[in-house]
Design a binder for this molecule. Structure first.
Ligand SMILES: [Zn+2]
Length: 371
C-alpha cells in the first residue's frame, strides 16, 4: 500500500515535468468516464432545434440518454414561430421528462407602436404553454434596422419591457448575439472550415464583406449594457457568448456577469482548435467554470430529415463531443489539420456540464410528469 502511494507520487512528479496539462490531467482518486460510458450517463443537450414530430430524433435521444431543450428562433429559415411553438408544445407533451422548450417572439412590425405589447403577449403565450426560457436572436444587432438605417441593438428601449419581465419572473433569456469572430475575418484567416463554409453560403451574414455594419465589439457591448441594466436576469449566453476564439474572453464574461452561463452549441470546435495549441488552458477553463457551462450541440432536425442517416449523424456528433470532453483520446476534426487531445474532465465536471448545470438553470424543465 505504502509502496503504491510512493510510486503514485513519483509518477505524478514525473508527469508534472510535462507541464500544467500533465498536472491537471487527474490525480489519484478522481474518476473518469470512458468512451463507452456515453450511452449510459444521463445527459441533456441544452440546444437543439426540432421541427415537426421528430420521433426518430427522440428515439435516438432516448437511446443515448440525452434529454433535450428545443429552442424556437425568430429565424426566417425556420418555420413560422407559431408552428415552431406548436411543435415544441407537442414534443413536450409526447415526451414528458425528455423534451423541454424555449419560446421566442417575432420582430415583425418592430417599428409600430403596439410592437412591445404584441411581443410581450407572445412571450406570455410561450410561458403559459410551458416554455422554460425565451430566445433572442442575432437579427437584433445584425439585420433589424430602423427607418433611419440604424441597426437595432440589444439595449434598445423597445426591448426593455421584455427583459424586465423575464428578470422579474426569473425566466431565462437565451441570447445569441453577433457571430463567431471569424465572420469579421477574411476567409484565409478563419480558424475552422465550418465557419468558412457557413459564411460562403450566407454572405448576408458575412461581416468582413459588410464593413458598414456593426462590429463584433459594438454588438456585444450593447448586450453587455443590457445585462448590466438587469443584474438579476438569468442569461444563457449561447454559442460561448460569441467569444469562442479565446476561453480567457469567455472567462472574463462569466466573471462580469454572475447570473450568466454559456453553452457550447456549435462552438465546441473552437475549444478543440484552442486545445490543439494549448490543451491545459482549455481544460483549466472548463474545470474552473464547471458550474457555468452547458452542453449543447445546435443540432437541427425537421420533417425533411427522412433519411435515417440524419439521426445517425446526430448520434455520431454527440459521441464525438463526448470523446473530446470526457476522454484523453487523440482526436482529429474535419475543421482543421492539427490533432488534439480530449479534455479528460473528471466525472463530476462532466455530470455538471452535461446535466446538472442545465437542470439548475431550467428548474423543473425535465421533471417527470405528476401522476
Ligand atoms: Zn441554435
Amino acid at each position: 500500500m505504502k509502496n503504491t502511494r510512493t510510486w503514485t507520487r513519483a509518477l505524478l512528479a514525473l508527469l508534472a515535468l510535462f507541464g500544467p496539462w500533465a498536472i491537471d490531467s487527474g490525480s489519484a482518486g478522481e474518476a473518469y468516464y470512458s468512451s463507452g460510458d456515453f450511452a449510459d450517463v444521463e445527459k441533456i443537450d441544452a440546444h437543439v432545434h426540432l421541427h415537426g414530430r421528430a420521433d426518430r430524433f427522440m428515439a435516438q435521444a432516448i437511446q443515448d440518454h440525452m434529454r433535450i431543450l428545443t429552442i424556437n428562433v425568430d429565424y426566417p429559415d425556420f418555420p413560422p414561430l407559431a408552428d415552431q411553438q406548436r411543435d415544441a408544445v407537442s414534443l413536450k407533451l409526447r415526451y414528458p421528462g425528455q423534451a423541454a422548450f424555449a419560446g421566442a417572439f417575432s420582430v415583425q412590425n418592430f417599428q409600430s407602436p403596439g410592437w412591445t405589447e404584441a411581443a410581450l403577449a407572445q412571450v406570455g403565450s410561450a410561458l403559459a404553454q410551458g416554455a422554460v426560457g425565451i430566445k433572442i436572436w442575432k437579427n437584433i444587432g445584425m439585420s433589424l434596422k430602423d427607418p433611419d438605417g440604424r441597426y437595432v441593438m440589444l439595449d434598445d428601449p423597445r426591448l426593455e419591457p421584455i427583459f424586465a419581465k423575464l428578470e422579474r419572473d426569473h425566466v431565462v433569456l437565451l441570447g445569441h448575439q453577433a457571430e463567431p469572430l471569424n465572420c469579421w475575418l477574411p476567409f484565409d484567416q478563419m480558424t475552422v472550415s465550418s465557419d468558412r463554409d457557413y459564411f460562403r453560403e450566407h454572405p448576408q451574414y458575412y461581416m468582413y464583406r459588410h464593413p458598414e455594419m456593426p462590429s463584433h465589439d459594438t454588438i456585444l457591448a450593447a448586450r453587455d449594457r443590457m445585462l448590466q441594466a438587469h443584474p438579476a436576469l438569468r442569461f444563457d449566453a449561447v454559442h460561448l457568448a460569441s467569444l469562442e476564439w479565446d476561453v480567457a474572453k469567455v472567462a472574463d464574461f462569466l466573471d462580469r456577469f454572475p447570473n450568466a452561463n454559456v453553452d457550447l452549441a456549435a462552438r465546441l470546435v473552437h475549444l478543440e482548435y484552442q486545445a490543439a495549441a494549448n490543451p491545459g488552458k482549455v481544460r483549466h477553463f472548463l474545470i474552473r467554470y464547471q458550474d457555468r457551462v452547458l452542453y449543447g450541440s445546435d443540432e437541427a432536425y425537421g420533417p425533411e430529415d427522412v433519411d435515417p442517416k440524419a439521426v445517425a449523424a446526430v448520434h455520431d456528433g454527440w459521441v464525438a463531443d463526448w470523446r473530446f470532453l470526457a476522454t484523453s483520446t487523440v482526436l482529429h476534426s474535419p475543421d482543421f489539420a492539427q490533432s488534439f487531445v480530449g479534455m479528460h474532465l473528471p466525472r463530476d465536471v462532466i455530470d455538471k456540464i452535461y446535466r446538472r448545470n442545465t437542470e439548475s438553470m431550467f428548474k423543473g424543465a425535465w421533471a417527470s410528469p405528476s401522476r
